[in-house]
Design a protein around this ligand. Structure first.
Ligand SMILES: Cc1cc2nc3c(=O)[nH]c(=O)nc-3n(C[C@H](O)[C@H](O)[C@H](O)COP(=O)(O)OP(=O)(O)OC[C@H]3O[C@@H](n4cnc5c(N)ncnc54)[C@H](O)[C@@H]3O)c2cc1C
Length: 379
């Protein structure tokens, strides 16, 4: 595919080499920008959960040239099936193929997805430095003067803050923004062997705590469950996580019941309180711009947070390539991303509120289907 080069940005610094940061790095590098990535994690790791890669997310990865790798190393499927929590089949979610040759939906283990993206970053010759963050970033003339946490300095035409929901770049350079807001829910996840009867993605509704299963490899799935978050004095240890998740699954049938009956203490289990926020505009200041959870953090209800981060990385590069100036490119990026991210966050939070209020599962399914079908529109 031929891509228009970006003439206004020669050197860019990406702060945070997660999903969004790597997507931006790849998209910018493919358009002729010399990209550096720094990441605070000295080992550039990601935790052992699975992740759902919806059709729109697969479409974004196809633009980055990574679809085939994801298909080969993850799992794809033609649909998601809705069940009542006891295992009674309800109906199938409408997940049309949105581009020829594109799978409807899929999943992959996060460490595998990171390896795929990291391999592409290395192939493009992007310079990656680890165990580092930004201590100061000052817009000066046509660039940004940056001081890193090891005391070194650099000057870049563009600095991209993609350093997670807890973004240090946001705190440093965007005083009109604030932290993500707790939603009152939490997400349980378990990575486990694939139940033998699992054919498609699965959602279980109608219980106080909805859950779902996504295949991530031929022999592996992850299951998530959303619950009301209860403040505890300390983190649960592995034994408590295991016992509590098993208890929460007590009434579930189908493959969710299979997971309850077959889970072991060796399976990876995680409990995470949820927080979300769509940060107010502007998403850029001079030549510093935010991307991914740093500026559009959502909850997992639509399984689209990572997809939004990848899309944002691509759109940033596209808009910089077609604009006459960096400022026009950043404004166009912000205006193109804001309504789409707002829809994802608003819809996800509406589903969350409904779940906390023990609302009608049909309304839950209706909001989910509406939002997912809007996401099928081009980004
Ligand atoms: C429970 C849960 C389940 C989810 N499930 C899904 C799903 O199924 N599908 C989906 O599409 N999305 C899902 N998401 C959302 C998805 O994980 C995020 O939207 C996505 O990871 C955001 O990517 P990011 O690059 O913005 O941030 P991150 O993935 O958080 O990456 C940030 C990177 O920045 C680095 N960093 C952090 N601080 C600094 C700093 N100060 N300086 C330098 N580097 C720093 C980190 O080490 C990391 O490498 C889920 C989220 C949660 C909470």
């Amino acid at each position: 595919m031929t891509r228009e080069n970006i003439s206004s940005v020669h050197e860019a610094l990406i702060v945070g080499g997660g999903i969004g940061g790597m997507a931006a790095a790849i998209a910018l590098s493919e358009r002729g920008v010399k990209v550096d990535i720094i990441d605070i994690d000295p080992h550039w790791r990601v935790y052992g959960a699975g992740i759902t890669i919806t059709g729109p997310t697969l479409r974004a990865y196809r633009r980055l040239g990574l679809l085939e790798e994801i298909k080969a190393q993850g799992a794809i499927t033609t649909k998601t099936r809705l069940f009542k929590y006891d295992g009674t089949q309800l109906h199938d979610l409408e997940e049309p193929v949105i581009e020829e040759g594109l799978p409807a939906t899929g999943g992959i283990m996060r460490p595998v997805l990171h390896q795929i993206m990291q391999a592409r970053v290395k192939e493009l010759g992007i310079y990656v430095r680890l165990g580092l963050t930004v201590s100061a970033a000052v817009n000066a003339g046509d660039g940004v003067d940056v001081t890193l946490s090891d005391g070194t300095h650099g000057r870049y035409d563009l600095v991209v803050g993609s350093d997670s929901v807890f973004s240090g770049m946001r705190e440093l350079a965007f005083p009109h923004m604030g932290p993500a807001v707790p939603t009152g829910q939490a997400c349980w996840r378990i990575s486990i062997a694939r139940p033998p009867e699992l054919e498609f993605g699965e959602f279980y509704l109608g219980s106080v705590n909805p859950c779902g299963i996504t295949a991530c490899a031929p022999d592996q799935v992850y299951m998530w469950m959303l619950t009301a978050h209860e403040e505890r004095e300390r983190f649960m240890d592995e034994e408590e996580l295991y016992t509590e998740l098993k208890r929460l699954l007590a009434d579930f049938g189908g493959n969710a019941g299979w997971i309850r009956d077959n889970m072991t203490r060796q399976d990876w289990i995680n409990y995470r309180p949820l927080a979300a926020v769509l940060q107010p505009k502007p998403w850029y200041d001079g030549r510093i711009v935010l991307l991914g959870d740093a500026v559009h953090a959502t909850t997992p209800h639509l399984a689209s947070g990572a997809g939004m981060a990848v899309e944002s990385g691509i759109v940033l590069a596209e808009e910089l390539a077609s604009a006459d100036s960096v400022e026009a490119g950043l404004l166009a990026y912000q205006e193109r991303r804001y309504p789409r991210c707002k829809d994802v966050i608003d819809s996800s939070m509406a589903v969350g509120r409904l779940q906390l209020a023990h609302g009608d599962p049909r309304e839950h399914a209706h909001i989910l289907e509406g939002a997912l079908s809007r996401l099928n529109a081009p980004f």
